[in-house]
Design a protein around this ligand. Structure first.
Ligand code: OSB
Ligand code: MG
Length: 367
């Protein structure tokens, strides 16, 4: 397809209450929306590296500027037939995977729309529901957390993820385990610990957790391999898996036994598809992560979640879990307890609501 026009929006979406994690407390999600136009059809991509480089080295204002000055000019008016072609055009620009992801995802949505197919169908997914989990950030008190977990389990979520950070870890998880002896739980440390914190992990290792997500530094594999060798509980890598090569390195060094795959973190659908298949071949199961994107980004994630080897409930959430209203014209909703389904229709099956896109935009650019 030939790319006739490219639009960029840097949006700031207010959360109903702050999301508190090992990297800080956040009350707004900054996200990059990219639109591609071809033959009068528009496709959308979204990537949410957040407002400051807390999760990775990227942040949304930086991704917007890079997109405006470097990525969009390379892609405009090009005839791009595959995701690999798009990635090859962007290859001279190192890293910056969240920025590239918004463009890659816009390409995939447009590609599916022009083919009059769902995104799910073009990436080879089954048309099916995707299991999703409930996630809880750091809360004011343990009692608040226990109350909310009880609501989530009653609502039918098949697993619960607990954010931990130093000061909100072993005692909290012990209280949760004592209250819900049979519950499926895992913890996400968001790179808040070091190998020296082994005592914390030895304690968590006795709490029958499904996995410990990204305990150590965001760019580390070496120490994760050392930690995994000392634990029964599987380590799940999130931040550290940034590319197909890194996935292979993680597998070869046994740095983790699960991968949380996020389309933004790895540079988009094109790269996520490669990592998924490398993991499947190596017997490493995966699930789909998120960055609190709107329904635009979450629809790409949902399509990805319908593929094989996605074997644990994903971080895809109904809009009203975090937002009063979605940026998209359609809200994410559960299709059954603990499940979501791709929207019907071509591509991702939704688009930004024009009024809300304007209202939430802090910067925009059209080429
Ligand atoms: O580490 O998985 C993470 C949200 C923003 C940034 C990083 C992460 C997260 C989540 C997602 O944990 C929670 C959710 O989407 O429900
Ligand atoms: Mg994580």
């Amino acid at each position: 397809m030939k790319i006739d026009a490219i639009g960029l929006h840097h949006v700031a979406m207010p959360l109903m209450s702050p999301f508190r994690t090992a990297f800080g407390d956040n009350s707004v999600i900054d996200s990059l929306l990219v639109s591609f136009e071809s033959e009068g059809v528009v496709g959308w991509g979204e990537s949410a590296p957040w407002g400051a480089p807390w999760y990775s080295g990227e942040w949304t204002a930086g991704a917007f500027l890079l997109g405006r000055t470097e990525l969009a000019p390379v892609l405009l008016h090009r005839d791009i037939g595959t995701g690999d072609e798009l990635q090859r055009l962007l290859q001279p620009i190192k890293d910056n995977r969240f920025a590239k992801a918004a463009f890659d995802l816009a390409w995939w949505d447009l590609h599916a729309r022009l083919a009059a197919k769902s995104l799910c169908a073009v990436i080879g997914g089954a048309v099916r529901a995707v299991d999703v989990g409930a996630d809880f950030g750091v809360m004011p008190t343990i009692d608040d957390l226990l109350r909310e977990i009880d609501v989530a389990i009653r609502a039918g979520f098949k697993r619960v993820k607990l954010k931990i950070r130093p000061g909100w870890d072993v005692d909290v998880v012990r209280a949760v385990r004592n209250s819900f002896p049979a519950g499926a739980f895992h913890v996400d440390a968001n790179s808040g610990y070091r190998l020296d914190d082994i005592a914390v992990f030895r304690a968590l290792d006795r709490m029958n957790l499904a996995m410990i997500e990204q305990p150590l530094a965001h760019d580390d594999l070496h120490d994760h391999a050392k930690l995994q060798a000392q634990l029964e509980t599987p380590v799940c890598l999130d931040e550290s898996i940034t590319s197909p090569a890194r996935a292979r390195h993680a597998i070869e060094t046994r740095a983790g036994r699960w991968f949380n795959l996020k389309l933004g973190r790895v540079g988009g659908m094109t790269e996520a598809l490669k990592i998924r298949s490398i993991a499947e071949d190596a017997g490493v199961p995966c699930w789909v992560g998120g960055m609190l994107e709107s329904a635009i980004g979450q629809s790409h994630s949902t399509a990805f979640g319908t593929l094989p080897n996605i074997l644990y409930p994903s971080d895809i959430f109904p809009t009203d879990r975090f937002y009063r209203i979605d940026l998209a014209d359609a809200a994410m909703e559960l299709s059954a307890p603990g499940q979501v389904r791709p929207f019907p229709g071509h591509g991702i099956g939704c688009a930004p609501n024009p009024g809300r896109l304007e209202r939430f935009s802090v910067q925009r650019f059209r080429l």
